[in-house]
Design a protein around this ligand. Structure first.
Ligand SMILES: [Zn+2]
Ligand SMILES: [Zn+2]
Length: 854
């Protein structure tokens, strides 16, 4: 089987070397040329690339090479998201330093990626654990601190007991750690935050202005930001009017139905409300119980709610009623004010809680006739609501807010589900937070001229307890940049999502040492025109990167509002019905595949097997099929090489034969020009040329407009079938020159269209045809409109509005002749023979309409 396989190993190594030597994919800013910034999400250097990587990089490379051929100045870089936990865990497990582990992994993965022949500008490679990289985010941290966009506070955080670190809400999935799947618990901890909520409105507004993003990603971002409008107002504590509980509600119109109120168990006001030691103990026990559950569980609709009734009561300001006050697990501190007015008539969770604790339920919206159910969340006329009675829900909302504002009791308020981004990690392998704590001055940012605050190498990693940096005396004990006295360094490191929030900017000028990036370069390249990465980053990374870009814009550093114009979220690679993973034993190693069938086959298969946004189901037959197809292309060109070269020479001497024989892989020489002005004289020639140009039109549209790479590849496969068929047919009467010229046009078109998909094979065959310039410096082929013109069209013939026949006629046939042909047609005759024809209407290239007199 493998005996007739083309020499992919030799070819792939050869062209990777030549591209590298020519620095062919080096990107240089050139304001005269339109730019295209093509970016795949950079990988974490785990040590091995997997098929998911192969897929996403094959997609990115197809687009990068395609856009180059379309005349764009393309930036296509690669780097490493190099900080993070696995390095630290490997250090604990195997005793190897995270830096050594990380850089070794990078070397391995770079070598693997180079074997795939991706057209990266490797001179722009970046590694985020390099102090020359994270220095700049430390600088931005200080600027954010100055502007109140970075701040420190005590908070309840998600804590992964296994990773021993804080997790952002976005990193908790179903109550479990996104990384290690351990159950997440809550903890009180001091930590650093980025004030992403200050940008909530803008992040939301721009969701409507990103047409190049998949709708489902936009929806996930909108939901995550979670904007809701309502009112915030105070409930005075009965008998202690100086104490108030502030609540947020999206339904101020239901205030007359408030039969109790609820505080989040962790609400600080609770401690002021408890009356004695017994109640204090009960509250403490209740809090301990709640802390055993995650926010996700606490919010689950189907879960029984738990509450503790406090002795204190509060007053409903709308009607003066004293109502019970609870702490309950279904109210969270992080949303709104951490306290709610409970309206069981119109809120299902309140309804369930009221039923459970025997609390009254008042309906404040008239139910529609025949309505049976529990809480009613729909529209209707207000009842039992004092001055709001008779209004609609919307009218009542507005009037209730006006009432609160007029009395100074409350305000209209917009709330967001989005919370500030907790960036502190009690881990070693991350960028140090550039802050010190001085005995005299308190918290002081590091002086900019002392940056970077370098992560120390010498550290003990046990995986237990707090930040490992706290144990490194030489790091912790430092000098206060303000007073020169003794100060203690912050030992938390930054969330690695900070590094990935701006790496795309660093690629614009990766070696620049006077700032985060060179302004002109960033202005030229940004925004990223096409970003490609997994749907798992729909919220996490993409929202942070959008936020960080806006912060940099407001610091006057970039001009763009958004970092990514278009986003392609590729599906997963699955095998035997599950995502490829070591634990499932269904992993296909890209290295094995590249070794046995070649990188081009791996790339072709991963682009052909499914549209990019769908999951790709791995199957060995498909891989074999991809390999067979490439062999078929190879065989044709090698078999007909002499003929193709000779003909090209004869047709005007545009192409000289290669100086080295085609069977060897030495560099060929000779200028070239595609036979684009070809005008076939025979019917078969015209038809074949139409196939060639229809393929160009289809492939171009599929790639450029729809990302339907699989159907583009299908079209090229059909062209190759047509090529074999054309070559095998006798074509009596076709001039030899026409035949050869068509063969050459078909072959060159095939190679050009296939180039971005299987770059090594096509580049080699291209050079074997006698071209000295790289295939990837050639323009993408244009469909010749003359070739697309059909000689014949099919006309529908109707008699009195009913289809009776179809006519095949030559394009350009005079109308009068068409009328005659239609009337004489065998299948039309029976319908017109007995009647008088009143008129015959010809709609060009479409139909003939015969109208008879009834
Ligand atoms: Zn974990
Ligand atoms: Zn000081």
């Amino acid at each position: 089987m493998s005996s007739d396989r083309y020499p992919f190993r030799e070819i792939e190594t050869k062209w990777q070397r030549i591209w590298d030597e020519r620095k062919q994919f080096r990107a240089v800013e050139d304001p005269r040329r339109p730019k295209f910034y093509c970016l795949e999400m950079f990988p974490y250097p785990s040590g091995r690339i997997h098929m998911g990587h192969v897929r996403v990089y094959a997609i990115g490379d197809l687009l990068a090479r395609f856009k180059r051929m379309r005349g764009f100045n393309v930036l296509h870089p690669m780097g490493w998201d190099a900080f993070g936990l696995p390095a630290e865990n490997a250090a604990i497990e195997h005793g190897v330093h995270p830096a050594i582990w990380t850089y070794e992994n990078i070397d391995n993965m770079r070598a693997q990626l180079k074997k795939m022949g991706i057209s990266y500008d490797w001179e722009r490679e970046i590694t985020t654990c390099d102090p020359a990289y994270y220095k700049w985010e430390q600088l931005i941290f200080i600027k954010m601190l100055e502007r109140g966009l970075a701040y420190r506070r005590r908070s309840t955080v998600n804590w992964c007991p296994s990773c021993q670190t804080v997790l952002a809400n976005e990193q908790v999935e179903g109550g479990r750690c996104w990384r290690c799947d351990s159950e997440v618990t809550l903890r009180e901890i001091d930590g650093w935050f980025f004030k992403i909520t200050a940008y909530a409105d803008e992040l939301l507004a721009w969701c409507d202005r990103l047409p190049g993003w998949p709708e489902r990603v936009i929806t996930m971002q909108r939901n995550w930001i979670g904007r809701s409008e309502g009112a915030e107002f105070d409930l005075p504590v009965a008998g202690r009017p100086e104490l108030k509980v502030r609540v947020f509600t999206t339904r101020p119109d239901t205030a007359f139905g408030m039969t109790y109120a609820v505080l989040a168990p962790e609400h600080p006001r609770v401690d002021q409300l408890v009356t004695d030691e017994a109640e204090r103990r009960a509250v403490a026990d209740f809090r301990a119980e709640v802390a055993r559950h995650t926010e996700i569980e606490r919010l689950a609709a189907d879960r029984p709610k738990h509450g503790l009734r406090l002795r204190a009561k509060v007053v409903n300001p709308f009607n003066g009623a004293e109502i019970p006050l609870f702490i309950a697990d279904y109210v969270l501190m992080g949303y709104g004010t951490g306290a709610i007015m409970a309206v069981p008539g119109e809120d299902q969770r309140d309804w369930e809680f009221a039923k459970q604790y025997g609390l009254p339920i008042i309906e404040t919206v008239k139910r529609p006739p025949g309505w049976v159910g529990e809480a009613y969340g729909g529209d209707g006329v207000k009842i039992n609501s004092g001055f709001l009675d008779g209004l609609t829900v919307d009218e009542a909302k507005r009037k209730a807010i006006d009432w609160l504002v007029a009395r100074g009791l409350g305000v209209a308020k917009v709330n967001y589900r989005l919370r500030d981004w907790g960036i502190s990690r009690q881990r070693y392998w991350g960028a140090p937070i550039p802050v010190l704590y001085c005995e005299k001055d308190g918290m002081v940012p590091e002086d900019e001229k002392n940056l970077p605050v370098v992560l120390p190498r010498d550290v003990q990693l046990s995986g237990k307890g707090g930040s490992p940096l706290a144990e490194v005396a030489s790091f912790v004990n430092a000098t206060c940049p303000k007073c020169g006295g003794r100060a203690r360094r912050e030992t938390d490191t930054m969330d690695t999502f900070v590094e990935s929030s701006w790496y795309f900017l660093r690629y614009c000028s990766p070696k620049y040492d006077k700032g985060m990036f060179e302004r002109d370069a960033a202005e030229y390249w940004m925004p990223v025109d096409q970003y490609i990465g997994g749907i798992e980053h729909a919220v996490l990374h993409l929202l942070y990167a959008r936020f960080y870009t806006k912060v940099l814009r407001d610091l006057g550093m970039v001009k763009v509002d958004e970092p990514f114009t278009a986003l392609l979220s590729q599906g997963m690679v699955i095998k035997d019905g599950a995502k490829m993973s070591k634990s499932k034993g269904n992993v296909v190693d890209p290295d094995d595949l590249i070794r046995t069938l070649g990188a081009d086959t791996a790339r072709l298969f991963s682009l052909f097997a499914a549209p990019p946004e769908k999951d790709l189901d791995w199957n060995d037959h498909g891989v074999e099929g991809a390999s067979r197809f490439l062999n078929r292309v190879w065989r044709f060109v090698i078999t007909h090489g002499n003929e193709l070269r000779a003909m090209a020479m004869e047709m005007g001497g545009a192409t000289r034969p290669p100086q080295s024989p085609p069977s060897t892989l030495g560099a060929a020489t000779g200028p070239q020009s595609p036979p684009s002005a070809l005008r076939p004289t025979t019917e078969a020639g015209v038809a074949f040329r139409r196939t060639i140009h229809e393929t160009i039109a289809k492939a171009t549209q599929d790639i450029e407009r729809d990302f339907h790479f699989n159907t583009a590849i299908s079209a090229v496969m059909e062209l190759v079938n047509a090529l074999y068929a054309f070559e095998a047919a006798s074509h009596d009467g076709m001039p030899a020159a026409e035949r050869a010229a068509l063969l050459r046009e078909a072959v060159e078109t095939t190679l050009l269209l296939l180039g971005p998909i299987a770059p090594h094979l096509t580049e080699e065959l291209w050079s074997q045809l006698g071209h000295t310039e790289s295939l990837f410096t050639r323009p993408w082929p244009e469909a010749d409109p003359r070739a697309l013109v059909k000689n014949e069209v099919t006309l529908v013939v109707q008699v009195d509005g009913k289809v009776r026949s179809r006519l095949q006629i030559a394009v350009g046939t005079p109308e009068e002749r068409i009328q005659r042909l239609a009337l004489a047609d065998d299948r039309v005759q029976p319908w017109v023979r007995e009647r008088a024809v009143e008129r015959v209407v010809v709609v060009a290239n479409r139909l003939v309409n015969i109208v008879t007199r009834a």
